[in-house]
Write a protein that binds this ligand. Structure first.
Ligand code: ADP
Length: 437
């Protein structure tokens, strides 16, 4: 099987992005149906859907397609695909934690404890059944605390439950003590047992987590962009630790919440991240909230660095990650998980519009049209957060602040005046000439 357009009549990509010609039409393939991504691709001027058996320049595929096809395929220089080959090193719950633990250890060795403590943003986690005994040791340190069990390879809250007693997870213990032959005969699904954040930050008595989008366009060197928009997902039921069986109280996934008997799709259970930032700033003050958002930036960068040497870097690949972050009552942000296929299905008109903006800007950064010069610190709603090192804001007055004070170029939850910005960069033309569908 061949990938990409083989007609190759134009030199499209010269490696450092200085002299890129437009390759129009861009033939795209999309493995997701009935989705915002389909609409965005269809509406993009100069882009055409590739025929079923035809060649393509751009592929928004699902991870199943990647697994089956990536290794047997040839890709021309200019071709782009929306996953890295082994994305699961960051996006599978057990592997993410394994990589973070190893990364933390290496920082402690090389830079000391203080620096390593900056990696303490993920709850204590063990893979079961393989780490059952280690888990029990930790469990016994604080008896009676709450843990959450999550299947490593599922999403949308499927298979998740909370527990306080070891007898509730006997199945995983049995497997941990079986012989290898017995294990083959009765495979038990792998889970992670993770310390449950028992003191989440509550708004109107409800728990929420944040879904934020990070786009990685290269791992070596690491180049990562942070989107200004995102949202907080609230649970439908007031939080309490007295009942650990109520998934509507403890799991904030929209897929779970929308099955609640009293779920109202119009009221929904989402806030835009701008609304959340305003709320928190009014309550706790600007300085405090800026420092919390800085801590959240630290989570993005360190988690990406933890897999930087492990992800198979490939110039054809980019990845749009959906980060799930939970705030506790002390406003400490915790990394819950990273998704390789964040839901692009919209739950309301506002959500649809946000996801279209996000996807249009993702395509603007990936830049199949060759309109960028490669030096941009901002494209639409994306701010360049890391480019082989931290990226700082341009509006900084170093004379005022002194040369040791830098502010990161991130604006999560700030105004997303992307249309103005795209206009300035002359990237807006697709919005004016949107195709009718
Ligand atoms: P999934 O991939 O199935 O969505 P997550 O790890 O994102 O699994 O967990 C689902 C939800 O459960 C989260 O959105 C969050 O509300 C809740 N949750 C998960 N882990 C924890 C934890 N350690 N402490 C508190 N709440 C958690």
């Amino acid at each position: 099987m061949s990938k990409g357009k083989t007609s190759g009549n134009k030199g499209f990509y010269d490696g450092d992005k200085k002299e890129r010609d437009a390759r129009i039409p861009v033939y795209y393939k999309c493995g997701l149906m009935n989705n915002t991504i389909q609409d965005v691709l269809r509406q993009r001027p100069g882009w055409e859907e590739a025929r079923d058996d035809g060649e393509w320049d751009f592929n928004w595929c699902d991870v199943g397609w990647l697994r089956e096809n990536f290794d047997h395929s040839y890709m021309e220089e200019h071709v782009r695909i929306n996953h890295f080959r082994n994305h699961y090193e960051l996006t599978r719950k057990n592997l993410m934690v394994k990589n973070l633990k190893r990364y933390r250890k290496s920082i402690e060795r090389e830079e000391g404890r203080m620096e390593a403590s900056k990696c303490d943003f993920f709850p204590c986690t063990y893979t079961l059944p393989s780490e059952y005994h280690l888990f029990v040791e930790e469990y016994k340190r604080i008896p009676g605390s709450t843990w959450i069990m999550k299947p490593v390879a599922k999403s949308q809250g499927k298979g998740i439950f909370l527990f306080r007693k070891l007898k509730d997870i006997m199945d995983w213990k049995k497997d941990g003590t079986r012989s290898e032959d017995q294990k083959d005969a009765a495979q038990v699904e792998s889970y992670v047992a993770q310390r449950y954040i028992e003191n989440p930050y509550l708004i109107n008595g409800r728990k929420f987590d944040l879904r934020v989008y990070v786009l990685v366009t290269s791992y070596i060197p690491l180049k990562a962009w942070l989107y200004r928009d995102g949202f907080a997902r609230f649970s439908n039921t007031r939080f309490s630790l007295s009942s650990i069986d109520d998934k509507y109280m403890h799991l904030t996934n929209v897929a779970v919440q929308k099955t609640a008997p009293d779920y109202d799709p119009e009221k929904g259970c989402k806030w835009q991240v701008q609304q959340l930032r305003r709320f928190l700033t009014a309550k706790h003050g600007r300085e405090k909230i800026e420092s919390i958002f800085k801590d959240i930036d630290n989570i993005f960068v360190r988690s990406l660095q933890s897999v930087q040497k492990i992800i198979i870097n490939d110039k054809h690949c980019f990845e749009l990650y959906g980060y799930d972050i939970l705030l506790d009552e002390n406003l400490k942000p915790w990394l819950i998980e990273v998704n390789a296929s964040p839901s692009l299905t919209a739950s309301s008109k506002e959500d649809y519009e946000m996801k279209c903006r996000l996807l249009e800007d993702t395509l603007n950064v990936v830049d199949m049209e060759g309109r960028l010069n490669g030096k941009e610190k901002r494209v639409g709603g994306y701010d360049l957060m890391w480019n082989d090192g931290p990226v700082y804001r341009e509006d900084l007055n170093l004379e005022t602040y002194g040369s040791t004070f830098f502010t990161a170029n991130t604006h999560l939850g700030c105004m997303n005046d992307r249309e103005n910005h795209l206009h300035k960069q002359r990237l807006q033309r697709q919005f004016q000439s949107r195709k009718k569908i």
